[in-house]
Design a protein around this ligand. Structure first.
Ligand SMILES: NC(=O)c1ccc[n+]([C@@H]2O[C@H](COP(=O)([O-])OP(=O)(O)OC[C@H]3O[C@@H](n4cnc5c(N)ncnc54)[C@H](O)[C@@H]3O)[C@@H](O)[C@H]2O)c1
Length: 262
């Protein structure tokens, strides 16, 4: 059997109890990585890690609030104690709230920026010294096509995702001389709990049913007329996290069924 793409590497993934984060943890583990499944929902993180361990992979769960500096520092320390080093870090934890600007609660706006922009900055700040020491690192920020184009009703989400692409470019420049690549993945609509809840929110804002949101709002925007599977994002993440992605850095790569081609 050929060598796996991530044999012996250690990967930390935030928000990994569900959706895209779990798919990435699973794909990385299948390819030989030790994975740390971190999530604010502690029990869900532990359960997800156990599911992977039962399949014969190396996975441990860990509670983290990916917006809190002390939690992120503790997560770095935990990973170092568990596996000695960290080669791959995925800033994936995210949340959504849909409302027009004038109704958007300021505390919710701040909470979303904290989680999806400030958190990735803090994680990068604390993992960079480890990666620089080893002259090797892969950081993946799960952004969104909403980091590239606007969408009415998503002021906080669009602001955070546009911002994290800026962070990605700066970190890529600072890491380039140390064997570190930093990239943002920009998925379109992926079938996860986050999107299913968002469909309900959009339905409320627009006064139609969630099924009508899919048929009338989402599918007309997606040339492939479908929601993507989390595993499709995980496959791209695997490429970028592996040796094969070594020349790609500072990029916002799009996985969207054709959405932004129009
Ligand atoms: N689903 C999509 O269509 C889509 C598209 C583009 C980008 N994204 C991005 O992908 C990422 C994952 O989204 P998903 O769709 O898999 O969502 P999801 O809701 O299935 O999973 C998100 C996970 O993050 C965790 N989380 C929430 N707040 C946290 C916190 N403070 N600290 C740690 N963990 C926390 C949740 O418990 C959950 O397990 C997000 O950053 C999201 O913005 C999703």
């Amino acid at each position: 059997m050929g060598q796996k793409w991530l044999d012996g590497k250690t990967a930390v993934i935030t928000g990994a109890a569900s959706g895209i984060g779990f798919a990435i943890a699973e794909r990385f583990a299948q390819q030989g990585a030790n994975v740390i499944v971190s999530d604010i929902r502690e029990q869900a993180a532990m359960d997800s890690a156990r599911v992977l361990a039962e399949r014969g992979y190396t996975a441990v769960g860990r509670a983290v609030n990916a917006a809190a500096e002390e939690d992120l520092q503790a997560l770095v320390d935990f990973a170092l104690q568990a596996f000695g080093t960290v080669e791959i870090w995925v800033n994936n934890a995210g949340m959504q709230h849909v409302a027009n600007v004038e109704e958007f609660p300021v505390p919710t706006y701040r909470r979303m920026i904290d989680l999806m922009l400030v958190g990735p900055f803090i994680a990068t700040k604390h993992i960079f010294p480890v990666m620089k020491r080893h002259q090797y690192g892969r950081i993946l920020n799960i952004a969104s096509i909403n980091g590239l184009i606007g969408f009415a009703g998503k002021a906080a989400y669009n602001s955070a995702k546009h911002g994290v692409i800026g962070l990605t470019k700066v970190a890529a420049l600072e890491g380039a001389g140390f064997g570190i690549t930093v990239n943002a993945l920009c998925p379109g609509y992926v079938d996860t709990p986050l999107v299913r809840n968002q469909l309900a929110d959009l339905a409320r804002v627009r006064g139609i049913s969630p099924e009508q949101v899919l048929e009338e709002v989402i599918y007309p925007l997606v040339p492939q007329r479908r929601l993507l599977e989390p595993a499709e994002v995980a496959d791209y993440a695997l490429f970028l996290a592996s040796h094969h992605g070594r020349s790609i850095t500072g990029q916002a790569v799009v996985i969207d069924g054709g959405y932004v081609a129009q």
